[in-house]
Design a protein around this ligand. Structure first.
Ligand code: SAM
Length: 262
């Protein structure tokens, strides 16, 4: 570890405490299954994952780190317990994993939103996601009474939970904010088809498009005023509601009613 220089451009903040890595692995709901780890880095989290999983597939974009990992985990690789892929997770084909898998990731914060969305909407979804995110992002998704585009999107596909806080001092170099471990369990496909999924997110995105506007005003981008008014009555939504006030079930009801009267 001492001779590894962290690359800021790849969001490298390495976890220093083996005990924290164990706690993350414990929280990852691994039941004799395959784990897909994104960004193994120096392998701090890979070790406890290997101890719990039947097989770990780890994707690391940094070639120098991948070379080190090849040395550190030489026996796990030769026993085919660990498959190390050198590449960018954003071009990874989830169809290449042929068994149910749990996703575990401590990746740069600038791609967490994209990774969560990609893995929740891909055809071959993980059974669970365990991911380190900025503390306030985990709070917004799993604890806040006010909803956001991301919190509703996550709840559409699974059940988020805030597991525990990881202070910035647990990493080297220390990031400027504290982190938290977020889990999403019970991941499933809630839509009958892709068309329904596309329509739901079209309406959701429109609803959250302008924070200061009332929800009804935002929705005029995707439906007629009269349609919105009928759907509001059918869904019992107060006229002054904002996108952040609606729970997932109210959103689902609203989308259904908007489509019914459209
Ligand atoms: N998991 C390690 C730990 O907990 O110590 C490293 C965490 S560090 C925050 C993020 C890791 O993700 C780095 O090793 C970095 O090189 C890797 N990474 C960054 N972008 C990536 C990408 N697009 N695909 C795969 N790995 C990526």
């Amino acid at each position: 570890m001492s001779n590894i220089r962290a690359k800021k451009s790849l969001g490298q903040n390495f976890l220093m405490h083996a005990r924290t890595a164990e706690r993350i692995a414990d929280g990852a709901h691994i039941e004799n299954q395959t784990v897909l780890e994104i960004g193994p880095g120096t392998g701090m989290l890979t070790k406890p994952l290997l101890a719990r999983a039947t097989h770990v597939v780890a994707i690391e974009t940094d070639k120098a780190l991948a070379e080190k990992l090849t040395e550190t985990f030489a026996s796990d690789i030769s026993e085919k317990k660990l498959t190390l892929i050198v590449g960018d997770v954003r071009t990874f084909d989830t169809a290449s994993i042929t068994r149910p898998y749990a996703l575990v990731a401590n990746i740069p914060y600038y791609i967490t939103g994209e990774i969560i969305r990609t893995f929740l909407t891909t055809k071959n979804k993980p059974t669970s996601i365990t991911i380190l995110v900025q503390k306030e992002v985990a709070e917004r998704i799993a604890r806040s009474k006010k909803e956001s585009l991301l919190s509703i999107a996550v709840k559409t596909y699974g059940v988020p939970a805030y597991l525990f806080t990881v202070p910035r001092g647990a990493f080297v170099p220390a990031p400027s904010v504290d982190s938290a471990v977020l889990t999403i369990t019970g991941i499933h496909m809630p839509f009958k088809n892709e068309q329904e999924e596309t329509r739901f997110f079209e309406i959701l995105r429109a609803g959250f498009a302008h924070k200061r506007k009332l929800l009804a005003g935002n929705l005029t981008a995707v439906a007629k005023k009269e349609t919105i008014s009928k759907a509001y009555t059918a869904s019992n939504i107060p006229p002054k509601a904002r996108a952040e006030d609606l729970s997932l079930s109210v959103w689902q009801n609203l989308v259904q009613n908007l489509s019914a009267v459209d």
